[in-house]
Write a protein that binds this ligand. Structure first.
Ligand code: DON
Length: 313
């Protein structure tokens, strides 16, 4: 028997999704990674998974898309598990920037010249350099393996088309990385670090994969359905804090006010979010607003959070 809240979610979700759909027409599908421009502009899908194993889905929840920046939450966690807090936070800060996700402005302006946080590109590239492994291949393999465990999906893999498309055109990320190398933040070969970064951004998921990964965060690092502890609680706490303060980039303040849940967006239109102790949620809507977040996806989460009084604040 479904819980009363899940019953009501299942009943109302199609209507809420319908209401958010027109927002997609106001957004644009990302095209700076050429391969991403093939995504369906008007798609919108969602899957919610409860800590008791109940789920609800609507719309294009089966659409497969690359994680892009959503992967940054989990590479941060893996880097923390590999190196501990002191080492990671000697290379990357804990503050929001108020700038675009791919900005390198503050790297030059603000001393000591380390990235402000691990959710912006500069910070996530630095985090990629901290993943343990003797080669880029081994590091990438460890990341993919970790993501498979979190998603409970052994079939997770890369979209090599998107990977190559980003690797061939990622000159801004290359500039950021060489700047970080000059500042002494990145050590090792810049192209090898970027290879690890581009690969984890290109891991393909659907809404259910994101919901299962989010549920582990909602449950403080344990998969509530198997009882297995996958992440130390402290590192989940750090990740959820970054999601709240920086996960939606320079729209994180607005998202905190309008939705009030920890979340992380990706430029392919995915959003991973959670209701602490209760739900993991995956959303996709490829048309983005000017901050790089899914236009219709944010609208849908705003509706659900208001209707069900889910804000943490
Ligand atoms: O590095 C990039 O630009 C992409 N691989 C990821 C950026 C991203 O997803 C920003 N999210 N909204």
């Amino acid at each position: 028997m479904a819980s009363p809240e899940m019953k009501s979610i299942r009943q109302q979700l199609p209507r809420w999704l319908e209401t958010s759909l027109p927002c997609a027409t106001r957004g644009n599908v990302a095209s700076y990674i050429p391969e991403l421009s093939k995504a369906p502009h008007n798609a919108l899908g969602i899957t919610l998974l409860s800590a008791t194993g109940e789920s609800a889905s609507a719309g294009d929840c089966g659409l497969r898309f690359t994680m892009q920046s959503i992967s940054k939450v989990f590479t941060l966690i893996l880097a923390l598990m590999d190196n501990g807090e002191d080492e990671v936070f000697s290379k990357v800060g804990m503050e929001p920037t108020g700038d675009n996700f791919n900005s390198m402005l503050k790297l030059e302006l603000v001393r000591p010249g380390i990235p402000f946080n691990p959710m912006i590109n500069a910070g996530a590239i630095t985090v990629s350099s901290l993943i343990r492994g003797s080669s880029p291949e081994e590091k990438s393999e460890r990341i993919l393996h970790f993501f498979k465990d979190l998603a409970g999906n052994d079939r997770l893999d890369y979209d090599m088309g998107v990977y190559r498309s980003e690797s061939d055109t990622g000159n801004l990320n290359r500039s950021i990385s060489f700047f970080l190398k000059e500042n002494g933040v990145l050590s090792g070969d810049v192209e090898e670090v970027l290879d690890v970064y581009f690969r984890h951004c290109s891991i393909v998921v659907d809404c259910a994969d994101l919901a299962r990964m989010a549920l582990v965060l909602a449950s403080n690092g344990t998969n509530p359905l198997t009882g297995k502890q996958l992440i130390p609680r402290r590192y989940v706490q750090i990740a959820k804090t970054f999601m709240t303060t920086c996960g939606m980039y320079n729209a994180s303040g607005e998202f905190a006010i309008q939705v009030g849940l920890p979340a992380k967006s990706g430029v392919s239109g995915g959003i991973l979010t959670l209701v602490p102790e209760r739900y993991g949620i995956g959303v996709v809507g490829p048309a983005l607003n000017d901050k790089g977040n899914s236009y219709a996806g944010v609208h849908l989460l705003q509706t659900i959070s208001r209707e069900l009084d889910w804000s943490m604040f």
